[in-house]
Design a protein around this ligand. Structure first.
Ligand SMILES: [Zn+2]
Length: 363
């Protein structure tokens, strides 16, 4: 049985957004309760959080962002220039309160350590449940519920400490990970691949955004129309993303695992089911196995509590080598759009070989 690390911490729950904010502590409660009740937590190695070091954070973020976060946290702790609930809004969606900065630092540090242990083959894989999420945080800006970019900090650490020469980041959150893309846009050692609903927040992630300079080709975006479900997502992975990952030959794969492409998610309009997430996770696992690469999952978005709990459970089941189980939340209501021409264009843009002609239905 593979050795999988599980990063969770009560202090990630303490990040208080606002009473009606979708990015709320109940998300972690739902996932952790299901993982506990199903025995999956006990099957994992418990990982510890620790505050990210300034040096680790500054590999991907500007000093100006760090200073803003420190200054805002100090205001909150001193209860100056803050609202009654001691909250400060960095943008209309992104809020800091009394425990937010500590939670973000602990999450990033914990994910750095999880990444190191997987890269060092001390663990076969890891599953991390941070709050706040990270993939929208750019070098200079906290946004989209995110303060700092955990996956980017952890990936940059593996490069800086010579634990990995090439890293893939697969981001299946329904929103484009604009922050992660920005951070690694000119970094040839990181392949960033994203499936996301388009047009949708934050508005980036066009097919034609492929990286800069000698990193051209190491950003791979699949901007998807609404209503894509399991079948469409499987094709994205089978026909474009995983062939590109195989060609890139990373030794570590991070998964920015937002579960907001789930059909029940209130913030988006995709149709992926819980067992669809299992199918995606199986594909990532098979690709990583071929490469001898470890896989580190970290939670990004996902706002339907039952949907995200089961999606997370299916992904961790795959990591642990557990058999497939039924999903009580059920399948998506409709079959989804045709995306063959989008995938073909993506293959052309990224220089992936032509696929064999599909066999005729009559032949
Ligand atoms: Zn999202």
């Amino acid at each position: 049985m593979p050795t999988i690390g599980l990063l969770r911490d009560a202090r990630f729950h303490d990040h208080d957004t606002t009473p009606n904010h979708p990015e709320r502590p109940a998300r972690l409660e739902a996932i952790e309760t299901l993982l506990d009740d199903s025995g999956l937590s006990a099957a994992c190695v418990a990982l510890d959080a620790r505050p990210v070091l300034e040096e680790e954070l500054l590999r991907v973020h500007d000093r100006t962002l760090l200073d803003l976060l420190i200054r805002t946290d100090a205001q909150i702790q001193a209860n100056k220039d803050v609202d009654q609930a001691a909250r400060v809004f960095l943008d209309p969606d992104t809020v800091m309160s009394r425990h937010s900065w500590l939670a973000a630092q602990l999450a990033a540090g914990g994910i750095v350590d999880a990444g190191r242990r997987v890269a060092d083959h001390d663990l076969d894989g890891a599953f991390c449940l941070p709050r706040p999420p990270g993939h929208h945080a750019t070098p200079s800006q906290a946004m989209g519920f995110c303060l700092i970019n955990h996956v980017a900090i952890a990936a940059a650490d593996l490069l800086a400490t010579s634990r990995a020469e090439r890293i893939a980041i697969v981001d299946f959150d329904v929103h484009h990970g604009n922050g992660t893309q920005d951070i690694f846009y000119d970094e040839a050692r990181v392949l960033y691949c994203s499936t996301h609903q388009f047009p949708h927040y934050p508005g980036t992630g066009l097919l034609e955004e492929t990286g800069a300079g000698d990193a051209t080709g190491t950003t791979l975006n699949l901007p998807l129309p609404e209503s894509c479900g399991d079948a469409q997502y499987f094709r994205c992975f089978d026909e474009v993303i995983l062939p590109a990952v195989q060609r890139f030959r990373p030794s570590v794969v991070f998964v920015s695992a937002g579960f907001d492409a789930h059909w029940r998610d209130p913030l988006a309009a995709q149709q992926v089911s819980g067992t669809g997430y299992r199918g995606i996770a199986e594909r990532i696992a098979a690709s990583a196995r071929d490469l001898g690469a470890g896989v580190i999952y970290l939670l990004e978005g996902g706002y339907d509590l039952e949907g995200i709990a089961w999606a997370a459970r299916h992904c961790l089941d795959v990591q642990l080598g557990n058999p497939a189980i039924d999903d009580p939340v059920g399948p998506a209501p409709q079959p989804g759009p045709e995306i063959g021409s989008l995938l073909q264009r993506a293959r052309q843009i990224h220089g992936l070989p032509e696929l064999p002609e599909p066999r005729s239905a009559h032949g």
